[in-house]
Design a protein around this ligand. Structure first.
Ligand SMILES: Nc1ncnc2c1ncn2[C@@H]1O[C@H](COP(=O)(O)OP(=O)(O)O)[C@@H](O)[C@H]1O
Ligand SMILES: [Mg+2]
Length: 307
């Protein structure tokens, strides 16, 4: 697996002394979708802005395709497209020109076919001659994405891309991101909308208080940290869980009408068949049962609270 961004021992101390990143090391693989999750103020935007050369690092180093982001700024920046969290100031330019100029800034020759493809993928084609400032908020955000893709970057950063956007744009954006990965583009997105990571990410990193507390493949994270729960709704109220069933760590609901059994998703043997047999032996009858599985959201909240 090829590393496309290599962050080593990165520390950021803002003027005033606040340490927003503490010795962060992280390697991003080529063509993966990496979701950086963390609560507000965790340091996500700071990290992205450093890699994109908009914020100066305090200690450590960052390599993009093997090139140092400080000494080789122009080269590394040209490989990156950035969709910033904050909307920049209003543009009097048309959508088409905004994208065309941005491409030019990175020293790329004009390529109207590419711009057309990007604008169409974001449903912006019929707005190409509209001034950006005349567009709605959702449309402006589409323009930001188009602008970031205008120079055909190998790496795309999306900083909270779907905060406050409508369902349609969210869906379009997810489709654009998936199509980019097919083309070999590496995508790093930050979000505190966990479902987004669940939908898109190959790997997930969790950052809290300026420290990376976990980096894992999403599937593996959900498999290993996910818990499943079986709830049995009882025919008759139960005074207490019979001692014979003690090994199952069953929880009796407050209304004494339901039993909950927690089990691991990674174990081959869930114990459910044995449990049901033992319930029958104890003459505890139930009229309904349901299972639920923890989401990435549950896992994330768990991690951030423990840290
Ligand atoms: N220019 C700055 N000067 C001082 N502190 C800052 C500055 N920018 C961000 N911070 C602080 O650094 C921390 C991380 O901010 P940020 O990277 O924006 O977090 P996130 O994007 O995860 O919400 C926050 O506590 C924030 O207040
Ligand atoms: Mg942010």
């Amino acid at each position: 697996m090829q590393t496309v961004i290599d962050i080593r021992g990165l520390t950021k101390t803002y003027a005033g002394g606040f340490e927003a990143l503490k010795n962060v090391s992280l390697a991003i693989n080529k063509s993966e979708i990496f979701a950086l999750l963390g609560p507000n103020g965790a340091g996500k935007t700071t990290l992205i802005n450093i890699v994109c050369g908009m914020t100066r690092l305090t200690e450590g180093e960052v390599l993009v395709d093997g090139h140092d982001i400080v000494s080789d700024f122009r080269l590394t920046r040209a490989k990156i497209g950035l969709v910033p969290q904050e909307m920049p100031t209003e543009s009097f330019e048309t959508v088409w020109n905004t994208c065309r100029f941005s491409r030019g800034l990175f020293g790329k020759a004009a390529n109207p076919e590419h711009l057309e493809k990007v604008l169409k993928s974001l449903s912006l084609w019929d707005r190409k001659d509209t001034k950006s400032m005349e567009l709605s908020g959702g449309m402006k955000r589409r323009v930001l994405i188009a602008k970031a893709l205008a120079h055909e970057p190998d790496i795309l950063f999306l900083d909270e891309p779907t905060a406050g956007v409508d369902v349609e744009l969210r869906q379009d954006m997810w489709n654009v991101v998936k199509a980019l990965r097919e083309e070999g583009v590496t995508v790093i997105l930050t979000t505190h909308y966990i479902e987004e990571a669940e939908q898109l990410a190959d790997r997930v990193g969790v950052i809290n208080h300026g420290e990376i507390i976990l980096v894992e493949e999403k599937e593996r994270l959900m498999r290993e940290m996910g818990k499943k729960q079986l709830t049995l709704h009882l025919y008759e109220q139960l005074d207490r869980v019979p001692p014979a069933l003690g090994k199952y760590n069953l929880e009796l609901s407050d209304d004494r009408q339901a039993l909950t059994y927690n089990y691991d998703t990674k174990g081959e043997h869930t114990g459910i068949t044995d449990l049901i047999k033992e319930l029958r032996d104890a003459e505890i009858r139930f009229n309904d049962l349901q299972t639920s599985q923890s989401s990435l959201e549950d896992i994330f909240v768990d991690l951030v609270h423990k840290a």
